[in-house]
Design a protein around this ligand. Structure first.
Ligand code: DX5
Ligand code: ZN
Length: 240
């Protein structure tokens, strides 16, 4: 993978909602690749957040793709509304969905990018029968429901397994991680094979502002990629 290919998806859950438009513009100017919107229903996860009306407002201030992380019990019933509001992709959970294939097909029929998310306690193997239909998978690196939680290190080997699985069954499928990502944990997930990093509090909760937070996270990612490429080169040189 070429340098810079790792994408950053700032999660607006940690933004100041009184200044949401401005903060998203700052993230875009700082090099964000997409905007991550966390939707919670107080049932699938024990927290409430936001609905399609926020997407509608954001659509007017940014050209970045808007990815919608649906942490809700009945994702199928809300897809049309979110598409009408201007959403570009949907991340739906494996957990609690008895008809995941149907949900994914509905997203594809609507012409949007489809991703399946798995919680920290869910094994990577559940993705095997669905990955062919996906543009992206999402490995949760915290239990969903809240921002500003501590990164769960035990998810690192799973990120590696998920990357192997996507390479095997659906090359080019993005491997996204979400929860507790900052300049310290970013290099770990990049080395494990993540290609898209969601970051909420590390971007919008930074005292020095969004621009400086974006710069710091990008530098941490690039540093890790340089290292990975160097190790890769050494290994291939050795095998010659
Ligand atoms: C958690 C959400 C995350 C959250 C990440 O349920 O899915 O997207 O906003 O927040 P941080 O980056 O602060 O852990
Ligand atoms: Zn999320």
């Amino acid at each position: 993978m070429e340098k810079g290919a790792v994408k950053i998806a700032p999660s607006i859950l940690a933004a100041d909602f009184a200044r949401l438009g401005q903060q998203v513009v700052e993230a875009e100017q700082g090099g964000a690749d997409r905007i991550h919107v966390d939707v919670m229903d107080g049932h699938f996860v024990p927290n409430l957040s936001m609905g399609a009306v926020i997407v509608q407002s954001l659509r007017r201030v940014t050209r970045l793709p808007l990815e919608i992380h649906l942490m809700i019990s009945d994702p199928d019933s809300f897809l049309d509304e979110f598409v009408a509001a201007g959403s570009d992709s949907f991340l739906v959970h494996w957990e609690g969905n008895n008809n995941l294939h149907r949900t994914v097909q509905k997203i594809r029929t609507l012409g949007k990018r489809a991703a399946v998310a798995i919680n920290p306690a869910t094994p990577s193997a559940v993705l095997e029968e669905i990955v062919q239909d996906l543009d992206q998978v999402l490995v949760m690196t915290v239990d969903p429901g809240f921002g500003h939680q501590q990164f769960i290190r035990a998810t690192l080997p799973k990120i590696e397994r998920v990357r192997e699985l996507t390479e095997r069954h659906k090359p080019g499928c993005d491997v996204e991680v979400d929860g507790g990502i900052d300049a310290t944990t970013a290099p770990l997930v990049v080395r494990a094979g993540a290609t898209v990093l969601v970051a909420g509090s590390a971007i919008f909760g930074d005292r020095d502002g969004v621009a400086s937070a974006m710069k710091r996270l990008r530098a941490a990612i690039d540093h890790a990629k340089d290292e990975t490429e160097l190790v890769g080169q050494t290994a291939s040189q050795r095998s010659r």
